[in-house]
Design a protein around this ligand. Structure first.
Ligand code: CTP
Length: 394
């Protein structure tokens, strides 16, 4: 995923330094070229050999180390870097960065770097809240450096408050957001629906389907990483919401309709990847919904067709994409939906094909537009997301 990308990790003297080993390992599995630069103090918390083993690159500490592969290492590394993450960032490094101090390998490299810099402060709450540190953080932001908000919780010193470095997974999201994709959706507003919807029959039972939301969540994540401002309207799923997206949780088709319809006109691209439950109880009183009954012969009606509504009320310059789950006549039925619902694209997945559909990490899709159709082989759901966004854009 990160082939050809160079990531610099600046590690400073904080107990959270040990967590960066896991981050380096995650980045290495994504094939990034990782270079770790440590301050002297950081080496008291974690041994440079750990990073060297994980990254395959020499861990750089002292500017005047004579065991160099080439001479002006801080400059060449700075030129190669696609992103730098300083994590954990101590109060000391934040002060040095804010004031242009360059007195070791990490700080000299940071000054020579032109790429995006991300800083993740990690320190005791009193230090973090100190007005000098806060002032330095403001300065970093002023210079275009991204500052990761620390988590609040119990710190290593047992104090409770702000100053905890976020998880390695969160830090990875910051890096991916920066370097994974070209920002070809910058300035675009994208709304994605995901997951199943649930229609209550009574306080215990619901009508729903097997959707896990993986496809919609993958689309939201990839769109966000390509620079879009993403709203994810999600039915009940057990997935972690993608970082940097605004999430709206819904239960029923009517809830989803309410949330989607009020936001529709504000979005450039709408992708209905949710598997909306097709039926809901007809005229069942609230009393009945509140009371479990053994009588399941409840009359049903179709749920409101959200995609159809969006097609009928489409902004002229808006792109509308729907999904289609079929067990037979996939292409024919999907083409019909394209026309009857006035959508620009239907992503059809057959429930009959191995590696496609609900719950799996992969999907096998056919993308249908007015101009024809394209069949794709089995792909990871994020790869499918990338292909369908490519089809929308290019
Ligand atoms: N959809 C919707 N509202 C519904 C049902 C479906 O917006 N009440 C959307 C889905 O999110 C999907 C598309 O319509 O993007 C197609 O869903 P699907 O269930 O395959 O199609 P239906 O129109 O419900 O037709 P059928 O179930 O008869 O195949």
């Amino acid at each position: 995923m990160l082939n050809g990308k160079t990531v610099l990790l600046g590690v400073t003297g904080s107990i959270a330094a040990y967590k960066i080993a896991n981050l380096a390992s995650m980045l290495s599995k994504l094939n990034a070229d990782i270079h770790v630069l440590m301050t002297e103090n950081a080496t008291n918390f974690i041994n440079p050999i750990t990073f060297e083993t994980l990254t395959g690159n020499k861990c750089l500490i002292d500017t005047f180390d004579r065991n160099f592969q080439f001479s002006v290492e801080h400059v060449s590394l700075a030129k190669k870097a696609d992103v730098v993450l300083v994590a954990p960032a101590s109060a000391n490094i934040i002060g040095k960065m804010a004031n242009g101090i360059a007195d070791d390998m990490l700080t000299t490299t940071l000054l020579a770097c032109k790429c995006k810099k991300i800083v993740s402060p990690a320190m005791n709450t009193n230090m973090y809240e100190n007005p000098i540190v806060q002032d330095n953080i403001k300065k970093l932001k002023k210079f275009g450096i991204e500052v990761v908000e620390p988590d609040t919780g119990m710190l290593a010193c047992k104090d409770i408050g702000a100053g905890k470095m976020p998880s390695e997974e969160t830090l990875l999201e910051y890096i991916l957001m920066e370097i994974r994709f070209k920002k070809d959706l910058a300035g675009k507003k994208v709304m994605v629906t995901a997951g199943p919807t649930e229609e209550a029959l009574d306080p215990v039972r619901v009508i729903t389907n097997h959707s896990t939301g993986k496809m919609g969540y993958a689309i939201a994540r990839v769109a966000m990483q390509r620079g879009a401002s993403v709203t994810l309207v999600s039915g009940p799923v057990s997935l972690k919401p993608p970082a940097f997206t605004s999430i709206i949780n819904v239960k029923s088709a009517q809830d989803m309709f309410n949330e989607v319809s009020v936001r529709a006109a504000d979005n450039d691209i709408i992708i209905m990847a949710a598997a909306v439950a097709d039926y809901t109880p007809l005229n069942v009183s609230d009393e009945k919904i509140k009371k479990a009954s053994s009588d399941l012969s409840i009359p049903l009606k179709r749920t409101i067709d959200i995609l159809k509504y969006l097609g009928e009320n489409k902004r002229k310059d808006q792109f509308l994409c729907g999904f289609s789950m079929e067990t037979k006549d996939l292409l024919e039925n999907s083409k019909k939906k394209l026309v009857s619902k006035n959508v620009d694209m239907i992503v059809a997945n057959s429930l009959k094909v191995e590696g496609a559909g609900f719950g799996t990490d992969t999907n096998v899709v056919t993308i249908i537009t007015k101009d024809g159709y394209k069949e794709f082989g089995q792909m990871d759901k994020e790869e499918v997301a990338k292909c369908l966004l490519d089809e929308i854009l290019y």
